[in-house]
Design a protein around this ligand. Structure first.
Ligand code: MLC
Ligand code: AMP
Length: 522
């Protein structure tokens, strides 16, 4: 075991950020696609959005689901909801209507905030979440509320309702994650999880109000939301935010805005490296480039350093446990393929299948404990029980600790069947069960094959029902697209007469991986 516990303040995350805004006043907080908000303006907007949510009847414990394009509205609604003690559900904009309906139904969300375009796709499915009201930013909403500008004007001058009734172990967010079996589960993340993790990151990454962070990640995952956005605001930094990632534009912004920090997934670093020669920006303002959410290949680490002179700082995290470990700030101590040491307040064990600590240097499952660890899965005591052993959270990641370097952690694989494609998680079982709904498909096996850009590429093999006519792969991919977010859909689908199985009857995915790595479309 490595790492120490420490006390975390009992405070509402939105309160922490509002207090920081008071101290930062006229300093720019967020610059989003040309819209510039000082901390004072930012905080006033959160207050106005809170007044609107209060008018809509939102109160402590209510779930508020957000499926919005990246932008200030998402941020203001999210923080406004937290400041009233409500719980937010940040939803990936790529989720298919069936997925959205399930999340709203399962979470019993009181309110679903989206826009006209997304509502048009999802509204037929919403009948499944009958108790959820919908608010549309840019149109008249089904229950009588008008577009955002009109509603915000209506609460202008209203008393600031932010009373921060939730804190400590109260839930702040429910983030849905899929799994190897069953339906996606809602990870309940508390105010304590978020606040203590931010304080740890500030310390380890020396994050201060002098920093200027370039933000290119989506806001609906822990990386872009709980680390980059909350972290930047909590430190009193300025956040330069792009609606979507574009490598040339990102390099140019770092130079123009004199950025000091950047954080991204390895796919983004790979694309930045490809664009390096074309832009060659002046990086003298930069302090640190941070990578996480997926394994950072050793050659990418080396090539990035050769081109830019910066050693990427790799860290390890997970929706359920926020940020767990990080390489040290000192560049000389950043080692490729290692995720470093536990963050302050985080404890790590590496454990055998029988639940014993393995000797340092041997591979086992990474278990985590600390104020960063979530409080369980929403209304799913069985999955929660399976995920914890005596207060230790089982990450499903396989790691090894270096006995010669203060138990520095290396991740070597996963005990869970998971594909990480461009930093997004794809659980094979979810995709297989969609493919198996197709009338011609008898069985499907989904796995990741190595991909230079995405890290792993979702790939499928199917066998067909007896007598079924050949189905083109394109048709099967379209079938998946109607039911799953685009990034979960196989990029390639191959056909076999039979799936290879071992003596126990289990499909040999490692064999399929070898057969189809580097194969072309069929
Ligand atoms: C997009 N597409 C992907 C994809 N992203 N396919 C596979 N894997 C991905 N990651 C597909 C879309 O379905 C679409 O297909 C096409 O690519 C173009 O979509 P896009 O949105 O324009 O893509 P692009 O801008 O190229 O996005 C690539 C990316 C993005 C790398 C910028 O994937 C990204 O932002 N990834 C970061 C994910 C992240 O934040 N993860 C953190 C999880 S939290 P088509 O055919 O429909 O056009 C976590 C904890 C921790 O893991 O430790 O941080
Ligand atoms: P998510 O469920 O989207 O939060 O993804 C969490 C998973 O991403 C972890 O369990 C790891 O498998 C993986 N992950 C995050 N950071 C890293 C990293 N630096 N190296 C390898 N895997 C990582």
């Amino acid at each position: 075991m490595i790492g120490k516990t420490r006390r975390c303040p009992e405070i509402n995350l939105a309160r922490v950020l509002a207090d920081r805004a008071k101290r930062c006043g006229d300093k720019p907080a967020v610059v989003f696609e040309g819209q510039r908000y000082t901390y004072r303006e930012f905080d006033a907007s959160v207050g106005r959005y809170a007044a609107l949510l209060r008018k809509m009847g939102i109160k402590k414990g209510d779930r508020v689901a957000l499926q919005l394009p990246k932008g200030m509205e998402f941020i203001f609604f999210h923080l406004a909801a937290l400041s009233l003690g409500a719980v937010t559900l940040p939803l990936n904009t790529a989720y298919a209507p069936e997925e959205i309906a399930y999340f709203l139904f399962d979470s019993e969300s009181s309110l679903f905030i989206t826009d006209r375009q997304r509502f048009a796709r999802v509204h037929k499915e919403l009948a499944k979440a009958a108790g959820t009201r919908t608010y549309l930013l840019d149109d008249a909403s089904p229950d009588g509320f008008g577009p955002l500008a009109k509603e915000l004007a209506g609460v202008e001058g209203a008393q600031d309702p932010r009373d921060y009734p939730a804190r400590g172990d109260d839930i702040a967010m429910i983030c849905y994650t899929s799994g190897t079996t069953g339906k996606p589960k809602g990870a309940m993340i508390t105010h304590r999880n978020l606040v203590c993790n931010l304080l740890a990151l500030q310390e380890v990454w020396r994050w201060t109000e002098r920093d200027v962070l370039l933000h290119v990640l989506p806001l609906f995952h822990v990386h872009g939301l709980a680390v980059a956005l909350h972290g930047g605001l909590c430190a009193g930094s300025t956040i330069i935010m792009h609606a979507r990632f574009d490598p040339e534009r990102a390099w140019a912004a770092i130079e123009k805005e004199k950025c000091t920090m950047f954080m991204a997934v390895p796919t983004i670093y790979h694309r930045l490296l490809n664009a390096w020669e074309a832009v060659k920006p002046d990086l003298r303002s930069m302090r640190v480039f941070i990578s996480g959410s997926a394994p950072l290949p050793e050659n990418l680490f080396a090539q990035f350093e050769d081109a830019t002179g910066f050693r990427l700082l790799e860290r390890y995290g997970m929706t359920e446990a926020q940020m767990i470990a990080s390489n040290p700030f000192d560049p000389a101590r950043r080692i490729p393929i290692s995720v470093g040491y536990p963050l302050p307040g985080v404890q790590i064990r590496v454990v055998s299948p029988s639940g014993q600590d393995v000797p340092p240097g041997e591979v086992g499952e990474v278990w985590v404990k600390g104020d960063n660890v979530f409080s369980g899965y929403w209304r799913n005591p069985e999955k929660t029980r399976e995920s914890f052993v005596e207060g230790w959270f089982r990450t499903g990641d396989l790691g090894r600790q270096d006995p010669a370097d203060q138990l520095r952690l290396y991740l070597v694989g996963r005990a869970k069947e998971l594909i990480i494609s461009g930093g997004y998680n794809v659980y094979p079982r979810e995709v297989e069960s969609v493919l198996e709904q197709h009338r011609a498909v008898r069985e499907a096996a989904v796995f990741g094959v190595p991909d230079e850009d995405l890290g792993e590429k979702v790939t499928a093999v199917v066998t067909l029902q007896k007598g079924a006519p050949e189905v083109p792969s394109g048709e099967l991919i379209s079938f998946c697209r109607q039911r799953l977010a685009g990034y979960k859909c196989p990029k390639e689908i191959f056909h076999l007469e039979e799936l290879p199985r071992n003596a126990m009857g289990k499909i040999q995915k490692d064999m399929l991986q070898k057969m189809f790595s580097g194969a072309g479309s069929q």
